[in-house]
Design a protein around this ligand. Structure first.
Ligand code: SF4
Length: 344
């Protein structure tokens, strides 16, 4: 397979242009075309000789939109196709202030969380930094955005895959997507959702990243959490709390705990008290989410009344908490659902 140009940062593009004997200003032109998702033949201000040579050795894009589905709530689910034919998912969630795009970081996932369709068939492979970037470029293009008029304001790394299980590529992606010569996003507008890989949380902080760290907690009771997130056995709650506190101290960013409410599993007063303990000692916000049921899994959402009571228990314990809207329930919005429909 040819090398993928979205995997290249600006310095590598400069080197490439130099190797092809072109003047340095061509590097910025090429880099911006790539970040706009434009094919070689449409890179109108580059000499044909250069684009022909490039196309012999490189692919300009590694991601295309295979299908898209619009939900009643106006969110759009994308089924992205990679060069090897693998499919991954993204979802665009419209907000009054800015569009938020949720991207995948792996094909499949090996964490096998009990409520998620992505883990059912295991990990197929990691995405490269340029493939993750390709999801953003494709979606931005699809909704009429450009570099100067970027239509995606926020990103969440919360699609298929555990981002910290693909640390090097995800870290590189963060550098690419925040490059002022490219899509110029800010890490402050990017959330990374992890099921709590403790050593990688420390690394993320030490490497100088400042994304919003969103920890998928889902239970603050060790046994229940181990059942919901089998991979969490290696990352006990006490260690997760220490790592989250470290991340806050290093970055100054409030940490988010994501908590999917599941009927009779994690929705009692006792569960709320344990969760409140996890949120004590440093700034944490809890996002409660109603379970988006997955057909292959045997779990149900709790009632709205139970969810409201759970939220009140937390508020009464002085925990900052909100209930988050579940997007795209009618279009297989939950992670991994759409892809599963198309890989059989
Ligand atoms: S919830 Fe996230 S970490 Fe868990 S199986 Fe799904 S994609 Fe993987």
């Amino acid at each position: 397979m040819k090398a993928l140009l979205t995997d290249f940062d600006f310095n590598k593009i400069k080197g490439l242009v130099h190797d092809f004997g072109e003047p340095e200003f061509r590097a910025l032109q090429l880099y911006q075309w790539i970040n706009r998702g434009v094919s070689f033949e449409n890179m109108s201000n580059l000499p044909k000789t250069l684009t022909e040579k490039l196309s012999e050795n490189f692919d300009a894009s590694g991601v295309s939109i295979n299908k898209n589905f619009v939900s009643k709530d106006k969110s759009v689910k994308y089924l992205f196709e990679l060069r090897d034919g693998n499919l991954i998912e993204g979802i665009l969630m419209p907000h009054s202030y800015a569009n938020t795009l949720c991207v995948s970081t792996q094909v499949g996932c090996r964490m096998n969380c009990a409520f998620c369709a992505s883990g059912i068939s295991g990990l197929e492979r990691n995405l490269t930094c340029g493939e993750i970037l390709g999801e953003v470029i494709s979606a931005n293009n699809f909704i009429g955005g450009d570099l100067k008029n970027r239509k995606i304001g926020n990103l969440v790394l919360m699609g298929s895959g555990e981002p910290l299980d693909n640390y090097d590529e995800v870290s590189e992606f963060l550098k690419l997507v925040t490059d002022p010569n490219g899509l110029n996003m800010s890490e402050r507008n990017i959330s990374l959702s992890t099921c709590g890989l403790v050593d990688k949380i420390y690394r993320l902080a030490d490497d100088g990243h400042s994304v919003t760290l969103s920890i998928s907690l889902h239970s603050a009771v060790e046994d229940v959490r181990n059942e919901l997130i089998p991979a969490s056995k290696a990352n006990p709650l006490s260690e997760i709390k220490k790592a989250a506190k470290y991340y806050f101290e290093k970055t100054g960013r409030r940490v988010i705990y994501e908590y999917i409410l599941i009927k009779d599993k994690n929705d009692s007063r006792y569960d709320a008290e344990k969760l409140a303990y996890m949120a004590k000692g440093f700034p944490v916000h809890v996002n409660l989410i109603m379970l988006n049921p997955v057909k292959e899994k045997n779990l149900l959402p709790c009632s709205l009344r139970t969810a409201q009571k759970f939220q009140k228990y937390l508020s009464d314990l002085n925990v900052s908490v909100t209930m988050r809207h579940s997007f795209g329930v009618d279009i297989s919005g939950a992670c991994g659902q759409l892809r599963r429909k198309y890989i059989h």
